[in-house]
Design a protein around this ligand. Structure first.
Ligand SMILES: *Cc1c(COP(=O)(O)O)cnc(C)c1O
Length: 424
């Protein structure tokens, strides 16, 4: 399996190269050249395996340049009870009729980001070895709160790596700030910036693609990589829990093998929902992917109209991990939907950088509608939802999950769709 760049389809690299580079030289994102399929039997038979083994199965389809031993080295070190408080790594809570909360927060920092960031350092160091890279890897991270801490915790004292996290000074919660500023480890650094998450992300992207800086690093035996979801090594672990959750629901006789489910994902950078899309394309029976946003609802508008327009007010909300107006991973989805049309991607994302806006073609609009639905909710509705869920089910939702629950309730009210549903 090779990986192509969204902005230049002629660039083809192995997964080890894609993971160590993080982002392609010309600013594109790495995308697998085809999506491997798995059969229903393969999916349901995963139910008898540990989470680490389920993950190894999915990785073997994407990281074909890794040996079985290398894959198991990564999965066994990441998905164990030293790092996760739950034996099954993720949990599924059955809240109300046909609705399942996929709990991804049982890792060391309580953020779902742990699901990927506990394994990414192993992917990275294994990849570096595979391609005989004798450089120290410098990880730059832009964070809206959760990624920073989860990345620091994943990379702390990992040999051959250094990590620097940039966060918006006003954009993260006091607890997140403390989590990051008190990080232990000899190879970690944290930096607050004036601006919002998009400024962090743009800044980091600019450093990554600056030839002068790259040369300087190279002269000193260093190279950059990314722990943000622009790195394929962040995305591929996220596919696993959707496959795993489906297997689990079949095993528990909550859904029949082959029965389609909806998946609701609270979305910021479009990483987690893209992973769900990959799971669907691989063969997990999925009806709709429901994209839930807070009032920074640029994705809601995009999915509903085909116009991406970031020229709007930016709001700091109670769900800060979704306070994003430039959703990086949408580029990967559009690359897939256009049939790998790198010229179109350059055109649209060039326009986004220059004018803050682009509009996709009618056939792409239609394709988007086939797989995705979208909605958003404001902070008041988020709070009301948290209270309602707690009062009715004694279940505490975080703000991001609550956005997803509210958007899902609105979706059901509007469509009457009774399909069983996973809320990430
Ligand atoms: C990061 C994050 C999100 C958004 O995920 P994306 O992959 O950026 O769309 C949602 N909820 C929480 C709690 C997060 O940490």
């Amino acid at each position: 399996m090779f990986y192509k760049s969204t902005r230049n389809s002629n660039i083809k690299v192995s997964s080890a190269e894609a993971i160590t580079q993080g982002i392609s030289v010309e600013g594109g994102l790495f995308v697998p050249e085809s999506i491997p399929s798995i059969s229903l039997d393969e999916i349901t038979s995963l139910a008898d395996k540990s989470y680490a083994d389920r993950a190894a199965f999915v990785f073997s389809k994407f990281l074909t340049d890794f040996t079985d031993v290398e894959i198991h080295y990564c999965t066994d070190n990441a998905y164990n009870t030293k790092n996760f408080e739950s034996e099954s790594i993720t949990e599924i809570s059955h809240l109300f009729d046909g609705t399942y909360m996929l709990e991804l927060w049982h890792g060391p920092t309580c953020a779902f980001k742990d699901m990927a960031l506990q394994i990414l350092p192993y992917f990275l160091t294994t990849s570096a070895k595979k391609i005989n890279l004798d450089k120290k890897i410098v990880i730059l991270v832009a964070t809206s709160g959760d990624t920073g801490k989860a990345a620091l915790e994943g990379f702390k004292d990992v040999e051959g790596t250094q990590i620097m996290v940039f966060y918006p000074e006003q954009g993260v919660s006091p607890m997140q700030k403390r989590q990051m500023n008190t990080q232990e480890g000899g190879n970690v650094g944290v930096c607050a910036i004036k601006g919002n998450f998009d400024d962090c992300q743009n800044g980091v992207k600019m450093i990554f693609t600056n030839d002068e800086i790259k040369q300087k690093l190279d002269d000193n035996g260093l190279m950059f990589s990314s722990a943000n979801s622009i790195n394929w090594g962040r995305l591929v672990p996220q596919i696993v829990y959707y496959v795993s959750a489906y297997a689990e629901l079949v095993k528990n006789q909550e859904v029949a093998a082959g029965e389609k489910i909806n998946i609701v994902v609270p979305t910021g950078n479009f990483g987690n929902i893209l992973a769900a899309y990959y799971a669907k394309q691989m063969g997990v029976p999925v009806n709709k992917l429901i994209c839930a946003s807070n009032i920074n609802n640029v994705l809601t508008d995009f999915i509903n109209t085909g116009v991406y327009d970031r020229n709007r007010s930016f709001y700091a909300t109670s769900s800060p991990s979704m306070d994003i107006l430039i959703s990086s991973n949408l580029e990967r989805l559009l690359y897939i939907l256009t049939g790998c049309d790198d010229a179109k991607i350059r055109e649209w994302f060039g326009a986004l950088a220059e004018t803050g806006r682009y509009e996709v073609t009618d056939d792409i609009k239609a394709l988007l509608k086939e797989d995705f639905c979208a909605g958003f909710c404001d902070d008041d509705a988020t709070k009301t939802t948290i209270k309602k869920i707690f009062d009715e089910y004694s279940y505490t939702c975080d703000t991001h999950t609550a956005v997803a629950v509210k958007v899902y309730n609105d979706y059901v009210a509007e469509t009457g769709d009774k399909t069983k549903t996973i809320i990430a």
